[in-house]
Design a protein around this ligand. Structure first.
Ligand code: PLP
Length: 393
């Protein structure tokens, strides 16, 4: 018997309109080679603190293996609420303004899908995290990018935002501290954006997953700005600060009407986040702040080492104020970021991510994650230094 030929295409037009992530290609290449030092991965090199793992194991021993309430266990939502008040002065109501999600990744998805109508534009700051634009496209929206500049330390200005806005603009997606540039925006940097946001009646989707990893001053949450909480969807999670990437746990906070809308999607698509992970996260918020500080101190040392070392080997690199990425310029080598990353991998066995995968403004740079051991960083710098020497004309 022959299988009937399908007349209709098997795949949706929406999924065909997006590309697979460019980061993956380098991981796949590097995984087939020996002796590679990877500065490619965007995740902590620490294991989740033991007491967090223990709390999760304990919850399973006690038999907490069923679904939880759709938005997450109330104890965790209450802890998220006090954590946000304590750390970032942004209180949210645990009853109707917080949803525990499957990573910040799900939070980004439901925030976009519950607010963006087909044809509406979402302003995205680039270089930026790779998932924003594809998710806006999947929702039928139109991503509009603003390329930030090295001269501005990869911050966005009021004028740049204004220039990107049309009568169709619905929202702006912010991410500070930024992946991949490490840029941070202080209260003074964010203040001027408020007028533009109010004038154009925009929503703000603020991905603050790297908030704890701010090295030179305390993170300032966008929702803290006068009048902005009502317009802001705050996205965050446990992956980076608490070294919990594999647990897949995040959260999203927003005014009650938007939270109720996001909950509908979460309810149908996920039901709830993983129960054992929620119990682990509860412990992380109750007693994990010392661990966060220990990890942040270590990232800061490595950040300082990377910036100093890039200068020594002749790569100009702005000082990343947060996250765990350095984003040096490779323009002086005359290579584009793809060629640089590919040749560096083959010649010196160092995996970095070419800046062009992060969108407009990323070309001419490479992303180097310094969430890896000092010893590996030292060897990587030695190898990159030799590579630059061999390729300088
Ligand atoms: N947002 C940014 C800026 C990220 O860099 C990442 C992961 O790299 C995420 C969100 C996704 O995090 P999660 O592991 O919580 O899904």
């Amino acid at each position: 018997m022959t299988t009937p030929v399908r007349k209709k295409g098997r795949l949706s037009e929406a999924v065909q309109s997006i590309q697979p992530s460019g980061i993956r290609r380098f991981f796949d290449m590097a995984s087939t080679m020996d002796n590679v030092i990877s500065l490619g991965v965007g995740e902590p090199d620490f294991v989740t603190p033991w007491k967090v793992r223990e709390a999760s194991i304990d919850s399973m021993e006690r038999g907490y293996t069923a679904y939880t309430a759709n938005p997450g266990i109330i104890e965790l939502r209450e802890e998220i609420s006090s954590y946000l008040s304590r750390q970032f002065s942004t209180p949210y109501d645990p009853e109707n303004e917080i949803i525990v999600t499957v990573g910040a990744s799900e939070a980004i998805d439901i925030a976009i899908r519950s607010t963006v109508n087909p044809g509406e534009e979402v302003v995205i700051i680039e270089p930026g995290f790779v998932s924003y634009a594809p998710i806006v496209s999947l929702a039928g929206g139109k991503p509009v990018s603003i390329g930030t500049k090295k001269e501005n330390e990869f911050k966005i200005t009021k004028e740049e935002l204004e220039a990107a806005i049309t009568s169709n603009t619905k929202a702006i997606m912010l991410c500070f501290p930024n992946n991949p540039t490490g840029a941070v925006m202080t209260k003074e940097d964010l203040d001027p954006l408020v007028e533009v946001i109010e004038k154009n009646d925009l929503l703000v989707l603020s991905d603050e997953i790297y908030a704890e990893l701010s090295y030179d001053q305390k993170h300032y949450s966008f929702a803290r700005l006068p009048g902005m909480k009502e317009r802001t969807i705050l996205i965050s999670g446990f992956s980076k600060a608490f070294a919990m990437t594999g647990w897949r746990l995040g959260f999203v906070c927003a005014p009650a009407d938007i939270t109720a809308a996001m909950l509908k999607i979460h309810q149908y698509a996920m039901m709830c986040a993983s129960t054992p992970a929620q119990y682990g996260a509860l412990e992380a918020l109750r007693s994990g702040q010392d661990d966060v500080e220990r990890m942040v101190t270590s990232y800061k040392q490595r950040r300082n080492y990377m910036v100093k070392s890039f200068a020594e080997i002749g790569l100009s690199c702005h000082v990343p104020g947060g996250a765990f990425y350095a984003f040096p310029s490779i323009e002086d080598t005359g290579m584009d970021s793809n060629a640089f990353a590919e040749e560096l991998l083959h010649e010196e066995r160092v995996a970095v991510v070419p800046g062009n995968v992060f969108g407009e403004g990323g070309e001419g740079h490479i992303r180097c994650s310094y969430a890896t051991s000092m010893e590996s960083l030292e060897t990587a710098i030695e190898r990159i230094g030799r590579f630059i020497k061999n390729h300088s004309s």
